[in-house]
Write a protein that binds this ligand. Structure first.
Ligand code: PXP
Length: 239
């Protein structure tokens, strides 16, 4: 059975929008674990637009499942990872101007830097996953540089508007996951997966973990709305 890793970045996005103390991604992570999350994921970005270092440190102390830290392979981030020691680091590309991670890491271009980062993290007993597009050459390099697992970028599939494009993108994901598993890499998948698109992965047993954030946090905002309004209304009526 595949596992669900819940990304709580966008709880922090809401907090940062007001510079407030709430909603706290740490509290959200604990609630996600109570509901069955198999791992908690956060992306500490260079610009600290949502998750802060404080969040990662607190999560390390309280998460009882597994803590996955997404980060760029920079010396600053490697220093933080070695200090906090998440269970897994997922190496991702990062551009300041992007809204969200836009593509997988290009291991053909960045092989040396990423190989060095993988070795540094693994020497500290941190597992390393690499976020890549469903591309055979990228997967072969991930294997060559000794990553523990790959996370296949599912964004192109999830965002595809036509049926034919969806089929093409899913075929790439299927091939990539089979090749990854054959090379004995852990095979994960993530980006853009929502309540409508998750069913398309049925039967793809090679994928052992799905990393999902935006759709879960978005649904939580609405499914929790009824209770949130009732609680405030009761207080207002009691004035
Ligand atoms: N995996 C990676 C590597 C990501 O960068 C993200 C986005 O933070 C996700 C999974 C989750 O994507 P989404 O928020 O669209 O579910």
């Amino acid at each position: 059975m595949a596992e669900l890793a819940v990304n709580v970045d966008h709880v922090a996005t809401l907090r940062q929008a007001r510079g407030a103390r709430y909603p706290d991604p740490v509290a959200a992570a604990l609630a996600a674990e109570t509901a069955g999350a198999d791992a908690i994921v956060v992306h500490l970005r260079e610009d600290r637009r949502h998750i802060q270092e404080r969040d990662v440190r607190l999560l390390r102390q309280v998460v009882q499942s597994r803590l996955i830290l997404e980060m760029a392979a920079t010396s600053e981030m490697l220093g933080i990872a070695l200090d906090i020691k998440p269970d897994t680091v997922t190496l991702v590309p990062e551009k300041r101007e992007e809204l969200t991670t836009e593509g997988g890491l290009d291991l053909i271009t960045h092989q040396d830097v990423i190989r060095e980062a993988v070795s540094t993290l693994k020497n500290a007993r941190i597992k390393v996953c690499i976020f890549i597009d469903p591309d055979l050459d990228q997967i072969k390099i991930a294997h060559k540089i000794d990553a523990d697992s790959i996370e296949i970028h599912t964004g192109a599939f999830c965002d595809a508007e036509s049926q034919s494009r969806k089929q093409r993108e899913m075929a790439r994901i299927v091939d990539a996951s089979k090749i990854g598993a054959k090379l004995k890499l852990g095979v994960h998948a993530g980006h853009g997966i929502c309540y409508n698109t998750i069913s398309a992965f049925k039967g793809l047993g090679e994928i052992t973990e799905f990393s999902i954030g935006h759709s879960i946090v978005s649904r939580a905002v609405l499914t929790g709305m009824d209770r949130a309004v009732r609680d405030m209304k009761k207080q207002v009526q009691g004035l």
